[in-house]
Design a protein around this ligand. Structure first.
Ligand SMILES: Cc1cc2nc3c(=O)[nH]c(=O)nc-3n(C[C@H](O)[C@H](O)[C@H](O)COP(=O)(O)OP(=O)(O)OC[C@H]3O[C@@H](n4cnc5c(N)ncnc54)[C@H](O)[C@@H]3O)c2cc1C
Length: 522
């Protein structure tokens, strides 16, 4: 298949970019390849952070909050870019039909989340992501030059080496995509390819991320030798409902704490005030670690979120989804304390990109959660990720308008994928291995890490990687095998980059570094 623009993934990042390219280049073909399942976008509850009320808020305040959450590792230039471009991108989203909650004077309602010094999160009830996806999908379907290939799993990128007197770089020529229903593999040759494949939450036992979040884009980019950065920074969301349904932990949005909910241990103590002056609205790493510490000290497997003092009508109006879901699981939020635990939520690192969203491989872009732009540094400020995807989709789009991609070589010069694919997975074995990865990562590369445990996990992962390669080259592949292979690669990247970090920052907390620091102080 020869096309102009290939986009892998149909969350906020992929859909936004597709719309922009298709509108600008009506004669060119835009293909979105997307694997079966959900997207993280669909699950976003809280909203999108942007400075929309200039009376009380300012770009400077939002920038300051973002830099503080990022713990000294954000790229200030990128932070300024994303935050100052944010309001424009949101207006665009509204022009495409996305709805957000308004007051009686038709002014956008702004809520507050952890780490924000002002109310600046626009939202649509507590299902903001679903509403954004609805509006984007509708617009995509109106554009005739966009083709969506559903149930197509991108397995690997097609790259070749480009050399001249000043340059020696890989160029991306497209990707191999597996039809998840027939097992057929197609070769897609494209002028540019964008990875918009989302996060990695499925590497952990407890996660808010749906099944698709297996880090495929990052693993593909890594195999193609793109630079991958910041993988040690994983954000754990402090408050997910304790107890699992279908592998996904249900998120109790930060906005609920912004609305006044209080965290308590089983003795009823409001413990957060002991850990941080901002209490429940401290940044996510601090709240997650505080909960982890309370759980270790008490031996309990959860803490509690108390909403019983909140206004019932207002709560139901602002959080209908959370209210109903908890009710269905046996908790009436306004009478019962909710048992909550932290869960893997967001990857701050990913495929390194420049200010145009370009990776270190020519004609290969990355957008959204799979990318590392420098916005989040060591920890993401709540509700900055949908914003980042919107702003960087625009940057990638601008690159397409202003710079021509490197000239293509003829297809015959390229190496093709092996011809015979058999659509069979060794499902039981793969499931077992996947669970092993989740348990290894949760115990050694989670909220609290140690070099010793990371070293042990590194060895285990090495064996799993050998097994993945053995299975992969044995001619029998399917989605779960490809995902398993990708998950091992991403797990290795997280562990390796965690071992390299010599200072606790943001979402990375190593108990051995903490103990060393304490000894030095003594
Ligand atoms: C429960 C929850 C609540 C959240 N709340 C907020 C919030 O309030 N505000 C905020 O800013 N952020 C929030 N986030 C984070 C935010 O939703 C995500 O970071 C963002 O939606 C990521 O968008 P994306 O387009 O990069 O990826 P996704 O939306 O995850 O989309 C990835 C796409 O890639 C596809 N894909 C993956 N691998 C392959 C492959 N190999 N081949 C083909 N297709 C593939 C998937 O099928 C999917 O379509 C939340 C996340 C979760 C999980």
């Amino acid at each position: 298949m020869k096309i102009n623009f290939l986009i892998i993934g149909s969350g906020i990042a992929g859909l936004t970019l597709a719309i922009k390219l298709a509108e600008q280049f009506p004669k060119k073909s835009v293909v979105i390849a997307t694997k079966a399942g959900e997207s993280n976008t669909r699950f976003a509850q809280g909203g999108v952070a942007a400075v929309l009320n200039k009376e009380s808020d300012s770009f400077q305040k939002h920038i300051k909050d973002t830099l503080k959450a990022g713990d000294g590792l954000c790229n200030p230039e990128i932070v300024t870019k994303v935050i100052t471009e944010g309001p424009q991108r949101l207006m665009e989203l509204m022009q495409w039909g996305a709805r957000f909650d308004m007051d009686s004077q038709q002014k956008l309602l702004l809520s507050r989340e952890g780490g924000h010094s002002e109310n600046r999160v626009i939202h649509y009830k507590d299902t903001t992501g679903r509403e954004i996806e609805r509006a984007l999908t509708k617009r995509v379907h109106q554009l005739k030059n966009i083709r969506i290939l559903c149930n197509y799993f991108a397995t690997d990128l097609i790259t070749e080496q480009f050399r001249n007197s000043i340059d020696d770089k890989s160029i991306c020529r497209g990707a191999y995509i597996l039809n998840q229903i027939t097992g057929e593999v197609r070769t897609v040759i494209a002028e540019t390819t964008t990875l918009a494949t989302g996060g990695i939450g499925q590497l952990y036992t407890h996660t808010t991320n749906p099944d698709i979040a297996t880090g495929d884009g990052i693993a593909m980019a890594y195999r193609a030798q793109a630079k991958i950065k910041g993988m040690e920074f994983i954000q754990f969301h402090p408050t997910t409902l304790h107890g699992k349904t279908k592998g996904i932990s249900f998120l109790i949005s930060e906005a609920v704490r912004g609305f006044g909910a209080i965290l308590r241990n089983k003795n009823g103590e409001r413990f957060m005030v002991r850990y941080d002056g901002r209490g429940e609205l401290a940044s996510r790493d601090i709240v997650s670690r505080a909960i982890h510490s309370e759980m270790i000290q008490s031996g309990d497997d959860c803490v509690y979120l108390d909403c019983t003092h909140l206004n019932e009508d207002k709560f139901k109006k602002q959080f209908p989804n959370i209210y109903e879901t908890c009710l269905n699981r046996g908790f009436n939020i306004l009478n019962d304390w909710l048992p909550v635990v932290p869960a893997a939520h967001y990857l701050c690192g990913g495929i390194a990109v420049d200010v145009f969203g370009q990776t270190t491989i020519r004609n290969l872009f990355a957008c959204g959660e799979c990318s590392y732009t420098g916005l989040h540094g060591a920890n993401r400020l709540a509700s900055n990720s949908l914003l980042e995807a919107l702003v960087f989709a625009q940057s990638i789009f601008k690159y397409h308008v202003n710079f021509l991609p490197v000239k293509k070589q003829s297809i015959s010069d390229m190496k093709f994928f092996r011809k015979h694919w058999v659509f069979i997975d060794n499902i039981k074995k793969i499931r077992f291995n996947t669970k092993t990865i989740q348990s290894l990562m949760s115990s050694s590369a989670g909220i609290v890490r140690s070099y010793d445990q990371l070293e042990e996990t590194k060895i285990e992962l090495h064996h799993l990687a050998e097994e993945a390669e053995r299975m992969y080259t044995s001619n029998k592949i399917g989605t779960s095998l490809c995902e398993f292979r990708n998950m091992v690669t991403v797990a290795q990247l997280i562990v390796d980059q965690s071992l390299l970090r010599k200072e606790n920052k943001g979402g990375y907390y190593n108990i051995q570094l903490e103990n060393k620091h304490k000894k030095e102080l003594v």
